[in-house]
Design a protein around this ligand. Structure first.
Ligand SMILES: NC(=O)CC[C@H](N)C(=O)O
Length: 350
């Protein structure tokens, strides 16, 4: 009886999205996955974002066997040109589509340079438990052994899967599934560039199936407090990079240009150069600019206080977020509050 009941429950879950193949929407935004080179051996020095969504989908006829796929070109850019306006446009489109009963999941094709930023932005503002998978490629569509088609095929399977529901925005390339919060581009040119250093990726794509082994403990998507549905702009937040012999010029320039927040990509565990930079950040803070101490190191925690005396300076720390991801959380935090205690809570929550 118990087994029968369990079977009925699992059948119900399997049928939650209706019988047959899942409905997956592919939103194209550009990047190398949509790039073309001069010849089949051109794998660097090609042009990104030249091929449209129809060509992308037609290149992988196998997609029809795993999902009912529809495509839409949201914009067409190399992702180094990503900006807040594109993010707001993309997030609103994703939320509108996920609110539809006939969309089970979304795949976003994207240039790899800023995948880690777009994915974390969406992780914080998508209002749904349905899967959102961001995918790209390191070799253009015309290259020998192009990685785009297999990456797209796996991304569509993942976006249509029950396993990906509620896992937050996922970045899936090279047969590996990563969480948006932690994934980072790790190599300028190799196909295995996406890594979740130290904390580890979430699982594999193998044999046309996702296999999950872990998930993020941080809040995201349907549980997030951030909402961009009524926003047309985001606050200006800039990143200042730490280095030996550093001066205060960049901090002062960003403040003069109207920054509402500055992420300091410090050396080590987020250390600031004294006496050059700390007074500049103090002055910025007194003018109302929110300062987040992050690190250029790439792994590990930037914790409050210690030598940095964050309470005294009224600085916020980034926890494990790298500077480019800390910038995104700070922008969204500033859409809700300028209270640094509240912003610090957000950095320990997301
Ligand atoms: N591999 C890539 O997608 C890089 C191409 C380009 N720079 C972009 O990010 O869009």
């Amino acid at each position: 009886m118990g087994t029968l009941f369990a079977l009925l429950i699992s059948l119900d879950v399997a049928n939650a999205r209706g019988p047959g193949l899942p409905n997956v929407m592919v939103l194209a935004t550009g990047g190398t996955i949509a790039g073309t080179g001069a010849s089949s051996t051109t794998v660097v020095g090609y042009t990104a974002a030249t091929v449209g969504i129809d060509t992308l989908l037609n290149a992988v006829p196998e997609l029809k066997t795993v999902a009912n796929v529809k495509g839409e070109q949201v914009f067409q850019i190399a992702s180094e040109n990503m900006n807040n306006d594109y993010w707001l446009k993309l997030a609103k489109r994703v939320n509108a589509l996920l609110a539809q009963d006939d969309v089970d999941g979304i795949v976003i094709t994207h240039g790899t340079d800023t995948i880690e930023e777009t994915s974390y932005f969406l992780d914080l503002v998508v209002k749904s438990r349905k899967p959102v998978v961001i995918v790209g490629a390191m070799r253009p569509s015309t290259a020998i052994s192009a990685d785009g088609p297999i990456n797209l095929f796996n991304a569509v399977i993942l976006a249509g899967s029950e396993e990906a529901v509620g896992k937050g925005v996922l970045v899936a390339l090279n047969d590996q599934i990563n969480a948006a919060r932690e994934v980072t581009k790790n190599n300028t040119s190799t196909a295995d560039t996406f890594r979740t250093p130290e904390l580890g990726f979430l699982g594999y794509m193998q044999g046309n199936k996702p296999y999950f082994y872990r998930q993020s403990t941080r809040r995201h998507t349907a549980d997030s407090e951030f909402d961009v549905s009524n926003l047309e702009t985001l606050p200006q937040v800039d990143i200042v990079y730490g280095y030996a012999n550093m001066n205060r010029v960049a901090v002062d320039a960003f403040v003069a240009a109207g920054a509402k927040g500055i992420v300091h990509a410090g050396v080590g565990d987020g250390s600031l150069a004294r006496p050059a930079v700390e007074p500049a950040l103090d002055e910025a803070r007194k003018k109302g600019v929110v300062i987040v101490r992050s690190s250029r190191v790439g792994n590990g925690i930037v914790a409050r206080n210690g030598e940095a005396k964050d309470d005294e300076h009224d600085f916020v720390v980034s926890d494990t977020l790298n500077p480019q991801k800390a910038r995104i959380l700070l922008m969204l935090a500033l859409t809700k509050t300028s209270d640094t205690k509240e912003i610090q809570r957000m950095f320990y929550t997301y």
